[in-house]
Write a protein of this length. Structure first.
Length: 62
């Protein structure tokens, strides 16, 4: 479940809060994975949460 994070708290903890759409676009994550992350977290999540929860195929298997 997502919750509101005050900007001062986020900066004090060095937590980067991302809009999931922008994160997926920047890191070339598929639309299906973006949809899964959005269902899991809502519109926003921390960078650590997103990196721990993405699943991507290795490039050398393509």
């Amino acid at each position: 479940m997502s919750r509101h994070v005050e900007p001062t708290t986020a900066h004090a903890n060095n937590t980067k809060i991302w809009a999931i759409r922008h994160f997926c676009k920047r890191h070339r994550i598929t639309k299906d994975e973006e949809r899964r992350l959005t269902l899991l977290f809502g519109e926003f999540a921390s960078a650590a949460e997103l990196f721990y929860n993405i699943t991507r195929r290795p490039r050398w298997r393509e």
